[in-house]
Design a protein around this ligand. Structure first.
Ligand code: NFA
Length: 102
């Protein structure tokens, strides 16, 4: 009846946790000045979209203010953001590209 201390009630096994790396959404933001054709070119060049796919996403950003243009690992997402921001700066367009954890 008494607890004699021999009962080692310990969790001996846990669910095997396979830890996937977090994914990051790359977002494109609307502005009033970047030409529509430049945004389409960005989506084709850096995100491998077809022209019609790129035009569709560009219009979504234009109308809604923001859209997800891809989902990547942290390193790839950072590279995409840097490539877009550099390309926009070199062409003197104010286009903004950011990333956020999914
Ligand atoms: N709003 C911009 C224009 O009217 C086009 C644009 C779309 C800019 C998507 C940035 C992102 N020229």
């Amino acid at each position: 009846d008494e607890d004699d201390g021999t009962d080692a009630a310990v969790v001996v096994d846990t669910k095997p946790k396979t830890k996937r790396p977090p994914l990051y959404k790359v977002l494109l933001l609307n502005d009033d000045y970047t030409p529509m054709e430049f945004v389409v070119a960005v989506l084709e060049r850096f995100f491998g979209m077809s022209h019609s796919q790129a035009f569709e996403i560009m219009l979504t950003v234009h109308k809604k203010g923001v859209a997800v243009v891809g989902v990547f690992s942290h390193e790839i997402a950072e590279t995409k953001v840097a490539q877009v921001m550099d390309f926009a700066r070199r062409h003197q367009h104010p286009l903004q590209c950011t990333m956020e954890k999914e």
